[in-house]
Design a protein around this ligand. Sequence first.
Ligand SMILES: Nc1ncnc2c1ncn2[C@@H]1O[C@H](COP(=O)(O)OP(=O)(O)O)[C@@H](O)[C@H]1O
Ligand SMILES: [Mg+2]
Length: 278
Amino acid sequence: MDRKKYTQLTYSSISKLENNNFIDIVDYITDSPDRKYAVIKINYEGRLYILKVCDPLSPKYFKDLFNTEYLFYKKQKERLIHKNYSGEYFYMIDFIDGETLGDHLFSDTNSKINFIEVFKCIDLFYKTYRQNNESIKYTNLFYYANVLFSSGPRQNTNKIKKGKIAFVIKQICVLSLHIITFTLKFRNTETFLPGLSHGDLHYNNVLISNTGPEIIDFKNIRSNEFFLFDIIFLLTIIEKKTNLNDDLQDIKSKYLSSWESLFVYKIFKILANFNSRF
Ligand SMILES: Nc1ncnc2c1ncn2[C@@H]1O[C@H](COP(=O)(O)OP(=O)(O)O)[C@@H](O)[C@H]1O
Ligand SMILES: [Mg+2]
């Protein structure tokens, strides 16, 4: 990636670290001028780390997200951030050597993905971080519905202009999801996995390393939503990229055991069909 891009930003903390020879920059992974945010692979005392930097001039909404993820890592003992370089605007985490699930899905190794392992890791994530929360919100459900309809990882792909009908169908889908949230009020919702949402459970936020899959990117993590909607979103976008094998079929049956979850899945599929970016 072009180094000049970074120097246009004020990331003063990075330059200080670099000028003092504290760190060596190995690779720039994310550079977001709008958010004034960077994800950088670095070498520090002979080990690889990920350095996450948010400029003091970054927009307030993003600083809050950045801080959410920082606090998440801070609580983890086993994923300890490096004590010297953690703080409001930048922190280091261990570098996970692997490729994203997205990289695998878009490559020829597609058929070799161990989905059982991926979903075991996702289940463990839920078990580890779920919290008891009485008042459940549906932010993730509607967020994912919007992402499926109009966003996606391949930002450069030409947007196909959506006609009026697409927007009408989208409105109907959103309305149906509202009805689902209503019916859930009268149900035992344990199978919907309450008490956690990753908030952005995209295939690029799942890394596959030699030691197994790992989830990353906790900027949108919340404890008052249903995790099942994160899972249904991930299943929907995975299915856009790969053929259903037996493992995936079993995984689907496990999560889509209620009519409501199946209904959400069907709605997500319809929305994703209007989108060529996944
Ligand atoms: N701990 C990590 N180890 C290895 N790579 C990472 C790690 N954290 C992030 N990355 C890489 O950086 C990319 C962007 O980081 P992420 O936390 O997802 O932020 P964002 O999606 O906002 O740019 C990831 O998709 C992944 O490729
Ligand atoms: Mg990410």
